[in-house]
Design a protein around this ligand. Structure first.
Ligand SMILES: *[C@@H]1O[C@H](CO)[C@@H](O)[C@H](O)[C@H]1NC(C)=O
Ligand SMILES: *[C@@H]1O[C@H](CO)[C@@H](O)[C@H](O)[C@H]1NC(C)=O
Length: 377
């Protein structure tokens, strides 16, 4: 019996040896094959989510057109969960990236915004999956300047009564409606980040009083140096702002202003903070401009105070749902003007942001440090 086993073993030895050698050989073959496939697959894939803001992916593709190893795709929102696993870099645009979608992003290295707002990204879920999340700082790309200019456009549109002017033109009237100047107005900039600073700089020469609130004034130089911008001296801020407050002062500041401009980044605490008590504390007939995010304004409160005439005008580049229903009752008022979320959408800022995304894609591909973006996790 014992001998039998030994002889069986000895008889099997060459077979076992053969199997071992064969497996080694196969391993090497597989590795070579794998290398070949990896080489073929060594393409860095960039995913733009959804149909809106088309210049973002068009300009990024243009910037990267001479780099065949970077693939830029724009994918319908509904398809994103299905395909996200194939991508290394994701530009969210208006997509909501919840933890479920993020957990499917098996090869994802970086999720970023084509701009600043990242409220649609579940940052904790990304961190859990080892994915970095970043925004493009607005001061270096001209995004903040573009948004600030848009705020001024909306302010002037309200002051000069854009809708009524169009009606007057159609009805062949002259010399009406009577408008108002920025000169002499008090403007409350709610949220004094990069956009707020640019806005204050642009507004100064109009002869306005500028009052502003932000979470903490101490953090200002810190934020600016993070984004590689020239540090903004406190002295310059003092020249730009006639009265500074913190968020808790917002109702008091609203009561002093002829125009309130929302330049806040939307987070949970900011949702609906322009509510009934905020608007009722605004001056009778004063104007409200929002270039930040639709959710900052409470829809019912805005509708109510437009209806009763307390709110003298509303200028919004962002809405509660986007694209906004063109038949929404709020748009029936002559003193309401809306633009299709274009504050940051200019040749200047979109070309520079395309370069920023393109450079990050190239760095990701080369495995070098990612520059020009601001990480939030
Ligand atoms: C409005 O928001 C403030 C916080 O900013 C809150 O204290 C207040 O209760 C809210 N008022 C209404 C009427 O919703
Ligand atoms: C992918 O290709 C780039 C250059 O084309 C190279 O530098 C990099 O090491 C490659 N990455 C892998 C994982 O093979």
């Amino acid at each position: 019996m014992y001998l039998n086993i030994i002889s069986a073993c000895c008889g099997a030895a060459p077979v076992i040896l053969f199997i071992i050698i064969w497996n080694l050989f196969k391993d090497i073959l597989c590795k070579m094959e794998g290398m070949a496939t990896n080489d073929d697959m060594n393409i860095t894939r960039v995913l733009f989510c959804g149909p809106y803001f088309p210049p973002s992916h068009i300009y990024t593709k243009e910037y990267l057109q001479n780099y065949p190893f970077i693939q830029v795709d724009d994918v319908p929102l509904a398809d994103v969960p299905e395909v996200i696993a194939n991508y290394h870099l994701c530009v969210v645009k208006s997509m909501r990236l919840n933890s479920n979608v993020i957990s499917r992003a098996k090869q994802m290295k970086l999720i970023m915004q084509y701009g600043v707002g990242l409220e649609g990204v579940h940052i904790g879920a990304a961190s859990n999956c080892g994915i970095k999340v970043a925004r493009i700082p607005g001061d270096v790309t001209g995004n903040a300047a573009s948004c600030a200019e848009m705020a001024i456009y909306l302010m002037l549109g309200l002051l000069r009564k854009q809708n009524e002017m169009q009606i007057a033109v159609k009805q062949k009237k002259l010399g009406e409606p009577i408008g108002e100047t920025l000169l002499g107005k008090t403007i409350y900039i709610m949220g004094f980040g990069n956009i707020g600073v640019h806005l204050a700089k642009c507004l100064r020469p109009f002869g306005v009083k500028i009052i502003a609130t932000k979470r903490s004034w101490a953090s200002h130089t810190e934020v600016s140096s993070q984004s590689n911008a020239l540090p903004i001296e406190n002295g310059i801020i003092d020249d730009l702002v006639d009265e500074k407050g913190i968020h808790e002062d917002s109702h008091k500041f609203a009561s002093k202003a002829d125009i309130v401009v929302c330049c806040l980044i939307l987070n949970k605490e900011m949702v609906g903070i322009v509510n009934r008590s905020f608007i009722s504390s605004m001056k009778e007939g004063s104007l409200l401009v929002n270039i930040a995010r639709g959710g900052i304004l409470d829809y019912e409160a805005v509708a109510h105070y437009l209806e009763c005439g307390h709110l003298g005008g509303l200028g919004i580049d962002v809405a509660w749902t986007e694209p906004f229903n063109p038949d929404d009752p709020i748009l029936k008022f002559n003193n309401v003007i809306i633009t299709p979320h274009v504050a940051g959408v200019t040749e200047h800022s979109y070309r520079s942001m395309a370069n920023a995304v393109g450079d990050v894609a190239l760095q990701l591909h080369a495995g070098t440090p990612l520059t020009g973006i601001e990480f939030v996790n």
